[in-house]
Design a protein around this ligand. Structure first.
Ligand SMILES: Nc1ncnc2c1ncn2[C@@H]1O[C@H](COP(=O)(O)OP(=O)(O)OP(=O)(O)O)[C@@H](O)[C@H]1O
Ligand SMILES: [Mg+2]
Length: 133
């Protein structure tokens, strides 16, 4: 079984691959259905943001070994970067016609989120979740 992998996000169909990968890997780690749904939802939002705002990028995933085990996803792009990061994290702020709930939702659904973004240079968002608590 693989411990890490990558999904390139270049076209809309890749969002389905990202979701399926998140579902399969989460199940492999042993997450229950509720957590799997949370993880897939967070992954779906961040992958969709890459496609929508940066056009292309990648999702890297890896299993976090230890007791308990965990899972980590990194979303990386070289798009325009996120302005107003504070508002984005609060939720409800969108530069498109979205609800502005993707990133704030991902933060709520996962155990941890780290965002590195530079205007004109790109964005790297890391999310993780542990098997228990
Ligand atoms: N990868 C990214 N590159 C550049 N800007 C981004 C990226 N991801 C998010 N953003 C910016 O952050 C804002 C908030 O993103 P978020 O996903 O929370 O909401 P949204 O995409 O606007 O709406 P939705 O609720 O449909 O996801 C976006 O409107 C966009 O301006
Ligand atoms: Mg979004």
């Amino acid at each position: 079984l693989e411990k890490k992998g990558e999904v390139l996000i270049e076209m809309e169909l890749d969002l389905i691959t990202a979701r399926k990968t998140a579902r399969d890997v989460s199940a492999q780690v042993g997450f229950g259905l509720t957590d799997i749904t949370r993880i897939v939802t967070a992954v779906s939002e961040l992958a969709r943001n890459i496609y929508q705002y940066a056009k292309t990028g990648a999702m890297h995933w890896r299993i976090l070994e230890g007791d308990p085990q965990g899972i980590e996803f990194i979303f990386e792009d070289h798009g325009p970067g996120i302005s107003n990061l504070e508002q984005v994290l609060e939720g409800g702020h969108s530069t498109s016609k979205g609800l502005g709930l993707g990133i704030s939702g991902a933060k709520r659904l996962m155990d941890d989120i780290q965002i590195n973004t530079t205007l004109g240079n790109g964005t790297k968002i890391t999310i993780s979740k542990w098997l228990r608590g």
